[in-house]
Design a protein around this ligand. Structure first.
Ligand SMILES: O=C[C@H](O)[C@H](O)COP(=O)(O)O
Ligand SMILES: C=C(OP(=O)(O)O)C(=O)O
Length: 462
């Protein structure tokens, strides 16, 4: 049984990094009271299912695909946007499942990813300094004093937009949209102009033939109709996360019911800080981001706090080292955690350690560095004999121009064409698919242990 969740006041007393400076505490209290009355967005039993599935990842029998926007915005909660993100994640999952023949666990960075930690509290433009944009959960992106003032009522909008997003996602994944037999349609709206597309089309044709064969052999057609899809976000804003925490009536344990999985970010994982104190009490599966300065001892201390019962599937460690550091910085962390006997899922975020700013002021990432970090991650796990359990990516289903390189050979001048992110640069739909093929190649290069597809593949694994 978990210890009780500390009160918000107790958490703040521990020191909470990256919280908004709300000007009106009464307005915050009102919003918290209102959120505490709202129905949960996810069911505790679903979080338990996800924990079981992450245990499969940790055991080397499955691969975790976690992805979505850097920062969701209220304005982009539209059917088209949600559908495109789901389509690219499903397409990536198909590539991984079929080409690499590993079951793929699908987790969106979605339906709650509205708050951003920032390097600086303020932003200065043309001699004017305003509070930094901290995500739609806190303030608005426009560089104006009113827009940048933190407004707690935005947390109610986070709840509303997350509920609408989850509702549509559940309809898509259970209602037939994600049917494997419809995989050609997921890409019908895209311009087919790259070698990634032809690889994908070839693979879809092969899958269609394989499915027709299986159906002809008597496999139940309906098994391909639905998929399991989970939600996740960084548990950053204590007021929001705490208000959506509920005691499960079945077990008496506390769950964050705003998402299936929540994670501690690189900037908020102080072992004695508020975020770790809060997360350690939850029964949800948890993520932990670790950067290049994390030592083995740091990692050990954090996993002992977050996973005191050494429960397989409890923890997903998401490394975000940077292409130049991953090969040196990751091994001591893996060794220290594995030495504790814990079974964690090891996941690579190849985005956050590889951000740079162009001379024209765009924050971007080079696809080559993203690929290099991923390759480093696979190399390290190969050398240590551990399972490279998954990938965590910032992506969108649209043809944005935010990261340079990749199949469309985007250069710095192209960034101005469709730079739409509210915070960090995301992979476009083509770059995301290209990444999936790259991962599939690493998983099938004969050096990484994988499951026997014939014995272990089940339709619901897709
Ligand atoms: O997404 C992650 C962080 O919020 C982001 O990288 C911070 O960006 P900044 O350095 O521009 O504040
Ligand atoms: C802020 C993020 O990452 P990190 O904590 O790894 O910097 C993020 O994933 O949005």
């Amino acid at each position: 049984m978990s210890e009780p969740i500390p009160s918000l006041a107790e958490l703040h007393a521990l020191g909470a990094a990256q919280q908004p400076a709300y000007p009106d505490p009464d307005a915050v209290a009102k919003v918290v009271a209102e959120l505490r009355n709202r129905p949960p967005l996810v069911f505790a039993g679903e979080c338990d299912d996800l924990r079981g599935r992450i245990a499969e990842v940790a055991a080397g029998r499955s691969f975790l695909l976690q992805g979505g926007d850097c920062a969701e915005t209220f304005e982009t909660v539209t059917a088209g946007n949600i559908k495109n993100k789901l389509k690219v994640l499903l397409s990536m999952a198909v590539v991984l499942t079929y080409a690499a023949q590993v079951p793929v666990l699908k987790v969106g960075r979605i339906a709650g990813q509205y708050a951003k930690p920032r390097s600086r509290d303020t932003e200065t433009r043309g001699g004017v300094t305003l509070p930094a944009y901290r995500g739609d959960a806190v303030n608005a992106l426009a560089f104006e004093p009113d827009a940048r003032r933190p407004d707690p009522r935005r947390l109610l909008e986070v709840y509303n937009h997350s509920a609408a997003t989850l509702n549509l996602l559940r309809a898509f994944v259970k209602g037939g949209f994600a049917d494997l037999r419809a995989m050609h349609n997921w890409n019908a709206d895209f311009v087919h102009n790259s070698n990634v597309d032809s690889r994908y089309e070839e693979l879809s044709d092969e899958i269609s033939r394989a499915l027709a064969f299986m159906v002809a052999c008597g496999v139940d057609n309906d098994q391909f109709r639905t998929v399991d899809f989970y939600s996740s976000h960084e548990a950053l804003l204590l007021e929001y996360e705490h208000s959506l925490t509920r005691i499960d009536s079945r077990t008496g344990a506390p769950y964050n019911t705003s998402a299936h999985l929540v994670w501690a970010g690189e900037r908020t994982r102080q072992p004695d800080g508020a975020h770790i104190a809060y997360l350690s009490r939850l029964r949800n599966p948890l993520g932990l981001k670790v950067g290049p300065k994390t030592t083995g001892a740091d990692a050990r201390e954090l996993v002992e706090r977050l996973d005191p019962d050494c429960e397989p599937g409890r923890l997903t460690i998401i490394s975000r080292m940077g292409a130049g550091y991953v090969r040196d910085a990751l091994p001591p962390i893996i060794e220290a955690v594995e030495a504790t006997g814990r079974k964690v899922a090891w996941v690579c975020d190849p985005m956050h350690g590889n951000t740079f700013e162009t001379a024209t002021g765009y924050k971007t990432r080079a696809f080559s560095q993203v690929a290099d970090e991923l390759n480093g991650f696979f190399d390290v796990h190969h050398e240590l004999g551990t399972w490279p359990g998954g990938v965590h990516v910032e992506l969108t289903g649209d043809d944005v121009t935010e990261c340079v390189g990749g199949v469309d050979e985007l250069n710095e001048a192209d960034l101005a064409n469709r730079y739409e992110t509210a915070c960090d640069p995301r992979l476009s739909r083509n770059q995301s698919l290209e990444l999936a093929f790259l991962i599939a190649d690493r998983l099938t290069d004969g050096r990484i242990h994988r499951v026997n597809p014939v014995q272990e593949f089940q339709a619901e694994d897709f």
